[in-house]
Design a protein around this ligand. Sequence first.
Ligand code: TRP
Length: 326
Amino acid sequence: MKKRLISGMRPTGKLHLGHMLGILENWKKLQSTHDCFFMIADWHALTTGYRKTDDIPENIREMVLDLLAFGIDPEQATLYVQSHVPEIAELHLLLSMVIPVAWLERVPSYKDQIQELGQDIATYGFLGYPLLQTADILIVKGEVVPIGQDQLPHLELAREIVRRFHHIFGKEIFPEPVAILSEAPVVPGIDGRKMSKSFDNSISMSDSPDEIREKIKQTITDPEKIHKSDPGHPDICNIFFYHRFFSDKALIDTVNRTCRSGELGCVADKKQLAEILIDKLASIREKRIKLSQDTSVINKILTLGAENARKRAKETLVQVKEALHL
Ligand code: TRP
């Protein structure tokens, strides 16, 4: 029996290399070894972005295109949109009756994000967002949850809620979900900060060859390598970071050596890296173009995904309501 796995991603639109190397590589590997539920968390997007919702449908579409083009396989994994599974909201409501507010207030991201984004997000929904995540997991009885380090407190909360629920209602309904910590690399953007849509420093998986060439040209390299012959430091160079993921071993070694010795200049290195990247992304780009020509394909995949998720979700809710005498 494969373990039930659930993971979610907010619908941020086109995915970039940071998502690809961090999350998608992981999801693709896991889909053959686990019973995977991959969810697009559109309600989660509302918790911080409720003032601007008009781009959500397009963001979902773009994201699904990237997921499918990359190789997330709806035959193997259940791919669905959170809001298509209303049972999640019902479970969220029921769990909200038993979770102490203090548990939510002490989740580190709560105060951090309010500090960062301001009082505008100090809403009931935002406070409850880790509980919503718990409902996402529990509704499908997720056993393992692949997440990054930053999400660990949310998973710890989910585990505490499971214990509390079982204790109060005297029934064991949910598995205690366990984190699979991905060793996902933090991928630098072209300006050297973490690759992120909000920093406007990303290379999208679906960028055209010309866009890739232009972005690689702008990418910040070792600031001490001003002239071609200056000795470079690949370990702090963003271009070299990309080489390590996309180039073969022999080239990585050559670049490492010739950059340091001053034989290889940044301009030439960027040119070769851009072509390698274009080549690696070519099949994804082509598949994406094909998929985008027929919108009914995506709709069908998401409909089937929601049906499957709802089937599990309804079974779970029956047990929960029984336990609560509803
Ligand atoms: N909160 C997660 C994030 O911001 C996304 C998410 C929503 C999630 N629901 C989930 C992750 C359930 C794992 C399981 O990245």
